[in-house]
Design a protein around this ligand. Sequence first.
Ligand SMILES: [Zn+2]
Length: 232
Amino acid sequence: MWRVLLICLCVLGACTTGYNTGGVTQVPGQLGEDPERAEQLFFQVVRDMQPVAQSECRKKRRDNFCEFVILVDVDPRSPPNAYQTLSDDGQPMLTMTASMIASFQTADEMAFVMAHEVAHHILRHLEQQQDTVAASAELYARLAAQQGGSPRDIRRAQQLGAQVGAQAYSQDYEFEADRLGTVMTARAGYDPVLGSKYFLRLPEPDDTYLATHPPNEERRQMVAKTAAELGL
Ligand SMILES: [Zn+2]
């Protein structure tokens, strides 16, 4: 059974895969204009997504780490965001801020973002990212040590290695989560193509080699392509 908890998050874990929205363009017709309807739709989407996410998780992961806890960060100061973390015992936690829920225009958008975050867990992106970060940090530190670097140089190299490792596959992970998220959104009874309209209101990710997220239009095209393959 999924649990939905309303919380006020003051400290966020460092290890997350998230939406990093950094601000969503405000448009008329967002659910925040009708908080009661927003809440109703949110619980409906959670109910519809639960069986799909759990069966997909058990099928793909083949372990017992499929007991999702859905958290809503009700702090009005928290910016629009959704992200996946792990509890101490390794179970997936999916957090959505109230301002993000308010920024959706449709239940399809809400379902798509929820499915995308669930997909990050099913595909083990967080675990893989942590492994890459650790390996890259170690490699950079070793190279600095081999070149006779001071303890400070080695520490800096280690930090740089961790940063490079964190970015290494992040864009691939986003596309993979969009792809599986599209499938799960459709299975839960929502329209992933309509859901991906949310990308139109997201700020474009930094145009640098360290950008964690691919361009929004490419993500929308990935959703459309996957939906077409599903015959939607
Ligand atoms: Zn993501």
